[in-house]
Design a protein. Sequence first.
Lengths: 249, 518
Amino acid sequence: MKILAAYNIKGGVGKTATAVNLAREAVRAGRRTLIWDLDPQGAATFYFRIKPRVKGGGKALVRGRLELDAAVKGTDFEGLDLLPADFSYRKFDRLLGKAPKPGRQLMRLMRPLAEDYDLLILDCAPNISLVSENVFRAADALLVPVIPTTLSARTLVQLQDFLARQGGVGHLRLWPFFSMVDRRKRMHRELVTELAAAHPDFLDARIPYAAEVERMGERRAPVAEFAPGSVAAAAYGALWREIEGRLGV
Amino acid sequence: MPSTPLFEIPPEVDLDTLAALLPEPLHLGEGGDRRLTRTWLDSFDWRLYRAGGLLEEVQEPAGRLLRWRDFKSGDLLAWEEVPGRPQRAADIPAGPVAEEVAPALGVRVLLPQVEVQVEQRLVRVLDDEEKTVLRLELEQARYLAPHGHAKGELAPRLRLVPVKGYQKELERVARRFAGDWPEPRATQMEEALTALGRAPGDYSSKLDIALDPGMRADEAAKAIHLYLLRILEANLEGTRADLDPEFLHDLRVAIRRTRSALTQIKGVFPPTVVENFKGRFAWVQQVTGPVRDLDVYLLDLPGYREGLPDLLRPGLAPLETFLARHHAEEQAVMARKLASPHFRKLLKDWRAFLEAPVPDVPDPEAPKAALPVAEVASARIWRMYRRVLREGRAISDDSPAEALHELRKSCKKLRYLMEFFLALYAAEEVRPLVKQVKVLLDDLGAFQDLEVQARSLSGFAGRMVEEKTADTTTLLSLGALIGGLWHRQAKARRRFQRTFADFDSAANGKRFRHLFRA
């Protein structure tokens, strides 16, 4: 089982849209896929029309009273399951802090899922916390959506610096890609060129700024389901194929 | 509750009926249709079924799947995508399905036992968030006989396919439906077979002849012969088409048993009848012999190869070519003879005789015809048992091979007699005795077969030299094989005294006396 985490220190960069649309592509490619919605706001859970509730909350999971698998819900797509968000996840840090080996708790919880899934996609909350440290240890790669703005580019550098100082994340690959790109803005065009040159790990696929992505909230489905011919749907398809190639699955 | 509850539903149930039955706030979402064909594959003699399995082939426009299930529970144990319908175990791609099927199937071919063509309506059950919480499969199936034109509708079925994490919804809906509709009583495969007047495992080469101890002996003999005739006829098509070697094997065993029953169940038919059919069936045995011999060598070839040193193994390739070529020639000759008017007339005459009612006043030359069968059977088995003992006890280490061959023939007669009349005796008493005879026969068979094989291989070597297809390596490897066979034969001979002593025990004698002398 490969683990991908959609992550950025900054919020509102298209993280959840990435997780949801990539999951749909992965399932279409025949991978048994699970999304874990780790963001207490529960946007991914909402997109899949699932009620944001885990019995006993994060506490039951960390204390081992609830197997991760028992909290999993099937989505409308065969082969794609979701572990819902729970409002209690906002206190996840405190719970993990009390457990032994607090930095490895998520890894321990996820291990039994390896038999049932080929791919686990983590949709993470936008902050640096004990939860995100857990994610860095467990994931094979971080997918970092970057809006081509100065501020967003800065957070990528911050993340790189942070990871460089962290222990136990030597295996973790950092795969940034451009998100919410607006070709009409000169600054977007310039920054895309500049950043891609500075960071050779940038994925080639670019997710455009598109009305279809925003309509996901209203349609409560991945873009390719309600706008299969759209530029955004094609962009997520291309992003998945690139990731699939890099993962070697 | 089963993980995917299944209901048998009346034909008039449609989506509106289902929608009306769903508990609030559940409702039906959009659906789709799917067509597929399920074919259940097994060997002619149901080896997969006897191994507790069920091999199901599913054909859809998207592709073809093989599913291996537990026969009783229906649980899916393994599956595999396949490019086409497999004929033999080796045609299934390496994987868990092949691993299960290969040892059970052996050399037999997979045949379609029964097929259903399925139309499925797939529909989602949604909750108040318009989220899929359950899937329904409404299935209409028609069964088809694999050959022939028998077909018809099966009762429609409704399957509930759960969505992970929505067990409560599944249970609510299942309870609602269970109030109106039953679970199917049998699997779809069994239902389809039943509709065709068949059942899983309905062919076996093992004898299981229903007899009643009070029956007239001639009537019982006819029942035995009819049973054997059915086995013979069932294997004809597969033998002619050379589907796998077991068809011919079962056919030949049926003929051997028929001839044995004709001569060993004495005094029940007029001697002219016995002589007539004995001779005609001997002809069948004779025309099917060469192919069977070649089958045996072809089947043994991998074992032969393993028994040789690496150096000599390549020498067997020309032998394989030689055997395969002669097999093809002999098969064609045999297939022609088995399709000849001569052979068809034999079967027709034989059936006519067997199906004719027994005469009220028996032929004076068939003095035992009207006796109760139990009496005739026990007397014959007892006599043959005494003969086996007499012949066996006379064999010493110095006796010629012919003495063992004669004993083997008597043993075989004894075994067949016991198997024909199995139903007349308490199973737990007679079966262990049959087993004993088989053990003795295995030893005697090994002794004789190894000698025959050694002689045949030596004959093949001569013919291959004549045909200029054997080089030095081939001759050396044949020599090594023949040496190995003689060695094994000598071992079987040394084993004989002990095996026979076990058979000739006092306890065994008491059991035979108790069952057949009383």
